[in-house]
Design a protein around this ligand. Sequence first.
Ligand code: IDP
Length: 149
Amino acid sequence: MERTYLMVKPDGVQRGLVGQIISRFEQRGYKIVGLKMMQISREVAEKHYGEHVGKPFFQGLVDFITSGPVVAMVVEGKDVVSAAREMMGATNPLKAAPGTIRATFGVDVGRNVIHGSDSLESAQREIALFFRPEELVDYGRAIDSWIYE
Ligand code: IDP
């Protein structure tokens, strides 16, 4: 089973979309194994978005992601890294497929309501950046045999 790092960004929190966004992953059958609200420091934000250092939108991105609380979560399940990316839709909400989270809730690329790891390696790095090991919970669910064959 894979784990991925997902984060409702400050716009999603301010707009009251946290519950609806979390619900999509729960409804699909994915299991939340870590969940918290926090305000990201600039230092952590710059690490998290390190691949974008030097790009024209970098400062705005760091300003935005540190501008208010986010809801961070680790979600576990079969192929969850790529499945969550598909559920989120394209980075630019106007290009995201109808029905995806970003298409349903967003318009602008700088206000696209959710972050999700783009690979297994990114997921491992991001989970370690935002969660201490003891904040992740290992537990079973009786319903799993109705989700996985
Ligand atoms: P992703 O979030 O879909 O993985 P990335 O290319 O990793 O997309 O970009 C990280 C975040 O940076 C995006 O979610 C978006 O909020 C922001 N971003 C990316 N490209 C632009 C841009 O051209 N203008 C403004 N913000 C951008």
